[in-house]
Design a protein around this ligand. Structure first.
Ligand code: ADP
Ligand code: MG
Length: 589
């Protein structure tokens, strides 16, 4: 199978990786850097510039340099959070657009430029075309934001095989899929501009999100800004920010730094000096803001810190010793620091890409529906609404109609499994939806399945005429043991042939049930107008269908139906003629 790369499309930095001889490896750009700043600069003329060079243009041409575009993905104008140095546009409620001099772009177009650069860096490094990808998103991203991310990938020429949650990817990179069943994990992710805390539970090899919380306006940028504000050197702001970031990074391993600025002010040389203690004094109130979010997430997950099996660190800002100390105190344990925090998400995405391409085995599928979900329809067939292996959260629906005239309610039988016949799948629940009496095929019942981030299936059925609806929650849709899934898949393979045959038969039987009474009625009405031979041939085909139904075999019934269809062409034409004449009469009267 062909390569599937993993991509962390971050607010501040983006990364791409690929499996190499069984190991996830992040790919460096032509300057040897694995982190690509998620920044795009649009020069007056020529192609957009992406990454490090674009980042340098932020202070030079702020209106033409787009950063943090992830904040705008899938958003409508008027609902964006926080200010940026470039313009946005769009009528309130309409999709938000990014406005740079001379151009209006969708946020996904900007993200696509970042993805395109990552794709081409990978292609250069690997020497092969990169076409398929797994892309990560924050766990709290809603459907529109996930769809926008997927579209960005497609605009960049990638087939997006899966969108997975960042904390899940990170947990995979830390190897936490090897923890025991029901293991509980906190993922503490402090990046450049956003803070996310997620509580996951490992369930039969699948990571479930128990709770998420965070702040989309909290990150390393805030520390940088505080340092810039405190800097008294006579240099421009962009240079202060440069110094602050450099010093902040170095102070994660050093106790104090002195950065010389030769000839910064004319002939005079300046020095930017900062100690770790000074940095921490500035950073403490900022880091403290994460506290309430963590407590909230724990409360939502109904967990005490002691019940967690592991706490892992994600995001470049967690390299700061102060952050590690804060996490250790808050959760009452040392966080796991075995991975590079700013690379873990991309590594996890890469592993997941490897699973999808077949390069990695024995690793779980993530955040996906282990088996198909659907409802029983006419004739006892399984009608799949959410196919197996769909990434959750997910929402999908279908319209159904009544099988019988005058029916007053519809039985919604919620099923899970891969078999064609309803009775061979597992029943998750059932309920009756009442609706207004209607002739056969006229009632309209919409059935919607939604699996939320917690893996809970909400089944909603609504009579579109009366608007009457019913919702039933099923909690076991994701929570299925590995053995059970394997058995179901094995059975569906083993019975694939009979199953398909069963389905063909049921469908042919439904058709026969419709055809037989219709033809009989027509014969009774106008049969005497047919020639003897034609009538005899129709009678013969009728009894062929009846005996094929009796025999219960699929293909013969399908053929008999077709033959009856064929034999009744003349009869059908006659009926139509009659109907037309009848409708003309009142007009001519
Ligand atoms: P995002 O998820 O927002 O794309 P990252 O995970 O790449 O962001 O984190 C970027 C942030 O991490 C920036 O604020 C950066 O300054 C900070 N950072 C990166 N390396 C270090 C370090 N060694 N020490 C402290 N902060 C760091
Ligand atoms: Mg990140």
């Amino acid at each position: 199978m062909s390569l599937v790369v993993g991509i962390d499309l971050g607010t501040t930095n983006s990364l791409i990786g690929a499996m190499d001889a069984g190991f996830p490896v992040l790919i460096a750009d032509d300057q040897g850097e694995r982190l690509t700043p998620s920044v795009v600069h649009f020069p007056g003329t020529g192609e957009p510039i992406v990454g490090r060079s674009a980042s340098r243009m932020r202070s030079v041409e702020p209106a033409a340099t787009v950063y943090s575009v992830k904040r705008f993905m899938g958003r409508r104008a008027g609902e964006q959070e926080g200010a940026v140095d470039y313009a946005t546009a769009g009528e309130p409620g309409a999709p938000l657009r990014i406005r740079v001099p001379g151009r209006d772009l969708e946020p996904e177009e900007v993200s696509a430029l970042i993805l395109r650069k990552l794709k081409s860096d990978a292609e250069r490094a690997l020497g092969i075309a990169v076409e398929r990808a797994v892309i990560t998103v924050p766990a709290y991203f809603n459907d529109a934001q996930r769809q926008a991310t997927k579209r960005a990938g497609e605009l960049a020429g990638l087939t997006v095989e899966r969108i997975i949650n960042e904390p899940t990817a990170a947990a995979l990179a830390y190897g936490l899929d090897k923890l025991g069943d029901r293991a509980k994990i906190a993922v503490f992710d402090l990046g450049g501009g956003t803070f996310d805390i997620s509580i996951l539970e490992l369930n039969a090899g699948v990571f479930q999100v128990l709770a998420t919380n965070g702040n989309t306006q909290l990150g390393g940028d805030d520390i940088d800004a505080a340092l810039v504000a405190a800097c008294t050197l006579p240099v421009p702001v962009w240079q202060k920010r440069d110094l602050a970031v450099q010093a902040k990074h170095r102070l994660s391993v050093e106790d104090s730094v002195e950065i010389p600025l030769p000839f910064a002010a004319g002939a005079e040389s300046l020095v930017y000096s900062l100690t770790r203690a000074e940095l921490e004094a500035v950073a403490v109130p900022i880091i403290q803001r994460a506290r309430a979010h963590c407590l909230r997430a724990l409360a939502d997950a109904h967990l005490a810190p002691a019940e967690l099996d592991q706490v892992i660190l994600v995001g470049g800002q967690t390299r700061m010793p102060l952050v590690r100390k804060f996490v250790a105190e808050l959760f009452g344990r040392e966080p796991n620091t075995s991975q590079n925090p700013d690379e873990a998400v991309a590594i996890g995405a890469t592993i997941q890409g490897g699973v999808l391409s077949g390069a990695v085995q024995n690793v779980v599928l993530l955040d996906v529906t282990p088996l198909s979900l659907g409802i029983e329809t006419f004739g006892g067939l399984m009608n799949v609404i959410i196919p197996r292996n769909s990434t959750i959260p997910i929402k999908a629906g279908e319209m159904f109609t009544n099988a019988v005239s005058g029916q007053e309610s519809m039985l919604i039988n919620v099923l899970q499994g891969e078999r064609e016949l309803a009775r061979d799948n597992w029943k998750l629940g059932e309920f009756q939806l009442p609706f207004e009496r209607a002739p056969k095929g006229q009632a309209r019942v919409g059935v919607q399945f939604e699996i939320d981030a917690n893996g809970i299936l909400h089944v909603l059925a609504r009579d579109t005429k009366t608007g009457r609806e019913q919702v039933v929650d099923v909690s076991s849709a994701i929570d299925v043991s590995d053995e059970a899934v394997e058995k179901m898949l094995g059975d569906s393979l083993e019975h694939a042939f009979e199953d398909v045959n069963d389905r063909i038969f049921v469908e042919a039987k439904l058709k026969a049930d419709e055809l037989l009474p219709m033809v009989r009625r027509a014969l009774a009405q106008i049969g005497n107008e047919l020639g003897f031979e034609e009538r005899a041939s129709i009678e013969a085909r009728l009894s062929d269908v009846e005996s094929a139904v009796e025999a219960g075999s699929a293909q013969p019934l399908k053929r008999a139906n077709a033959a009856l269809d064929e034999a009744t062409q003349g009869l059908a034409a006659l009926l139509i003629e009659r109907a037309l004449k009848a409708s003309e009469r009142p007009a001519s009267a």
